[in-house]
Design a protein around this ligand. Structure first.
Ligand code: SF4
Length: 369
């Protein structure tokens, strides 16, 4: 088994020379690091960069985020998905403003008590921003550790997961004790070490075809020595996904379109969407569905587009129909008539944002005809 001390120096050296220049790596501000960590959950780095830049520009401090209204927060998050993350950021910022005097706490127990922050995120903030020896264990670190230490058990198994956390903790604590009198001490060894583990998993020790020849800890890697890299980590397949079918209605009247805001207590809470309803996926009697969903039937409905997307374990098939009525109906509590341009001010669920964009394309094509 590799000795923790043997891994520290090569990983620190490698990270200092090879780390990607990411905008949140140019700061040690805990608020900015927190935002990046939350955005990076389930989302690729290249997608996050423009969102993070915009966010920090609009809400440069935790106070600014705390004072923002929810619609503005959701609008800025639009397109990143998993909107609970944005709502939790907003709630947590308000707690920091009221209970911590607007200063992001440095204490692990206070950070993990904030909404939307688990052990990984609290560990990342404490180590990266405050250089504390708190472990991190995300998918990248799990891959690196299971390979380095040839851990064949499934990391989702509670006991193995505990073992991996312990290992990550031992390693980052060894980084504290790193006593070489060179630049390493100046670069905040716990922060650098945790980021090195994550970076190695993201760029070298990748799920498929890891670049072992470029790996700074190759000579210590058990999986590499045993020719078992391709077998690890041993992740048993997840639960099968379920397909769900929806129909949505784009109803136009006098240059306006019918939209509605989702309730505050459901998935994608408070986001905007076109009226839609779940079906059983068999051929549906579309006018009847429209009547049930809208409370009226627009007379004719044309197939407009089909969209497929995935939310957690659900594969969603969304069939969109277009209809037009001569006049807008009175506004109701549930629906709002909205001009296409005004929709840019609203935060839409991602599939429905695609419908907005398809509508714009269709209208431009009509004008150019
Ligand atoms: S040698 Fe290969 S498998 Fe082992 S840690 Fe490095 S990149 Fe991963």
């Amino acid at each position: 088994m590799p000795k923790p001390e043997a891994l520290i120096r090569p990983l620190l050296d490698w990270f200092i020379k090879n780390a990607r220049d990411l905008p949140w790596r140019r700061t040690i501000d805990p608020y900015s690091i927190w935002i990046s960590e939350i955005m990076l959950q389930q989302t690729q780095v290249k997608t996050v960069i423009p969102y993070w830049n915009r966010w920090i520009q609009r809400f440069p401090t935790v106070e600014a985020l705390a004072q923002a209204n929810t619609d503005r927060v959701l609008k800025l998050w639009e397109g990143l998905g998993y909107y609970t993350r944005a709502r939790n950021l907003h709630r947590a910022a308000r707690i920091v403003a009221t209970e911590h005097g607007g200063v992001f706490p440095s204490d692990f127990s206070k950070i993990i008590a904030l909404p939307g922050i688990g052990r990984y995120t609290a560990g990342a903030i404490c180590s990266i921003a405050f250089n504390q020896p708190t472990p991190v264990l995300d998918g990248n670190v799990i891959r690196v550790l299971t390979r380095l230490f040839a851990i064949a058990e499934n990391p989702r198994n509670a006991q193995t997961n505990r073992r991996l956390w312990d290992l990550a903790e031992t390693l980052v604590k060894s980084a504290v004790r790193f006593t070489d009198k060179d630049i390493i001490r100046l670069v905040r060894s716990c922060s650098t070490f945790n980021q090195a583990l994550m970076e190695l998993g993201a760029t070298v020790c990748t799920p498929r075809q890891p670049a072992c020849l470029l790996c700074p800890v190759r000579k210590h890697c058990q999986a590499h020595q045993m020719n078992r890299v391709g077998d690890l980590p041993n992740l048993s397949s997840r639960a099968a996904s379920t397909t769900r079918h929806f129909v949505a209605f784009v109803i136009a009247a006098q240059g306006h379109f019918l939209v509605r805001q989702r309730a505050p207590d459901v998935v994608n809470a408070n986001l905007w969407e076109f009226p839609n309803v779940e079906t059983n996926g068999n051929a549906v009697e579309i006018e009847g569905q429209a009547q049930a969903c809208l409370g009226f039937s627009p007379g004719f409905l044309d197939a407009f587009c089909s969209l497929k997307h995935t939310i957690t374990r659900y594969r969603i098939n969304l069939e969109v129909f277009f209809g037009e009525i001569p006049e807008t109906l009175p506004q109701s509590k549930e629906f709002r008539w909205c001009k296409l341009k005004a929709m840019d001010q609203l935060a839409f669920a991602s599939a429905h944002r695609k419908i907005v964009e398809a509508l714009k394309t269709k209208l431009i094509a009509k004008v150019l005809k």
